[in-house]
Ligand binder design. Structure first.
Ligand code: NAD
Length: 344
């Protein structure tokens, strides 16, 4: 279990105070911020640039899904050239992930302004992709020191991306519920996350500019990130890691497609956790509740829809059982193959 030492600021309009918050973090030195984000985020970037003013040392809109090592090297060159004393990650898991990978090498503090529900801002979990291989690890030193949640910055997140990102957050909470090493804070955070996201996401899909629902979803994402940081992830995350890393399936939609199947598989081995998950979803059964939420959110696709071919199932099953991880129910290669076939 790891506790990041983060200052967390919530509220509509809170991004406007980012400059002052960063000054507290950098004091007594003057803030020199290198802002990292994904391409195309010009409106959010101008909000952040206005909030930072003279504190901006540079901007790099080069973050990509799964943190390719080439992008990390690019930013390290910028760090050498611009000498920032803080990295500001603006965006989703890709921007935060790039900042963590750079911090792993440069040991700069990170301030995160999350604009999706991935939850990476609350964890010390990092990942870097080189070729087909994604290396991951945990290092509390790369966990953001300041996190500013401003729901106004999430209003532009498209409904379908919001729904899939929200199911990604629910997946963190679900696996924390049955993790052997999860303590009461992790399971309480997981419970809260599922409740908030399950009620906010359908409202967001119906009306993406519903600020109250956006606020609830961001609170849920925060709670799911706390749970993720404090508990080991199991079979679900291993499957998504293999399908995304080796077969290129899209990150968040894959979480949505796999989760009800993993929960059905794990159910006999974790009955108390399943009751809590079902209760938080307002359903009679955890797996059915998650499948129903997927349908409400328009996420009822199969792994085949997301690009997995039947001939890839065997190799996926081999990779899924190739390394050890904790899971409430032991998983054989046959189990993994059967689960993937049900989700295909
Ligand atoms: P992402 O960061 O790639 O964002 C998805 C897309 O949405 C991008 O094109 C981005 O530019 C855009 N976007 C983001 N916010 C927006 C907004 N408010 N309005 C409009 N567009 C917006 O994807 P993600 O799902 O947030 O993160 C996925 C990545 O995060 C994966 O690489 C995953 O492995 C990683 N992740 C890491 C952790 C961790 O703890 N380390 C946790 C969860 C996810």
């Amino acid at each position: 279990m790891q506790h990041p030492q983060a200052r967390v600021v919530f509220g509509a309009g809170s991004a406007a105070r980012l400059g002052e918050e960063l000054d507290l973090l950098s004091a007594p030195a003057e803030t020199r911020a290198l802002v990292l984000t994904t391409p195309g985020r010009s409106v959010a970037l101008s909000t952040i640039a206005d909030a930072l003013g003279h504190r901006v040392a540079g901007i790099c809109a080069c973050a990509e899904l799964h943190v390719p090592v080439e992008r990390v090297r690019e930013v390290i060159i910028d760090v050498d050239r611009l000498s920032p004393n803080v990295l500001v990650a603006l965006g989703g898991g890709s921007a935060v992930g790039l900042a963590k990978a750079v911090a792993l090498e440069c040991r700069l503090p990170i301030a995160a302004v999350p604009t999706t529900y991935a939850g990476s801002e609350m964890t010390g979990i990092w990942g870097i992709t080189e070729g087909e291989q994604k290396r991951t690890g945990r290092d509390p030193g790369v966990a953001p020191r300041l996190v500013v949640y401003d729901p106004l910055l999430t209003l532009t997140l498209p409904a379908d991306v919001s729904a899939a990102s929200g199911m990604n957050a629910i997946a963190h909470a679900v696996e924390a519920m049955y993790a052997a090493d999860a303590g009461p804070i992790a399971t309480s955070a997981a419970d809260k996350a599922i409740r908030l996201l399950a009620s906010a996401l359908p409202r967001i899909v119906a009306r993406p500019d519903d600020l109250e629902a956006r606020t609830m979803a961001l609170q849920g994402a925060h709670a799911a990130g706390v749970a993720l940081n404090m508990a080991s992830m199991g079979l679900h995350h291993k499957i998504c890691h293999v399908l995304g890393g080796t077969f290129g399936l899209p990150h968040a939609p894959t979480h949505a497609a796999v989760l009800p199947h993993v929960v059905a598989f794990n159910a006999p081995a974790a009955p108390l956790a399943m009751d809590r998950i079902a209760n938080a979803l307002g359903a009679n059964d955890a797996s059915e509740g998650l499948a129903a939420l997927n349908r409400t959110l328009g996420l009822n696709f199969t792994l085949a829809d997301l690009g997995l071919r039947a001939e890839d199932v065997n190799r996926s099953a081999v990779l899924i059982v190739s390394s050890s991880y904790t899971n409430p129910r032991p998983v054989t290669q046959d189990d993994a193959r059967a689960l993937l076939m049900r989700a295909l």
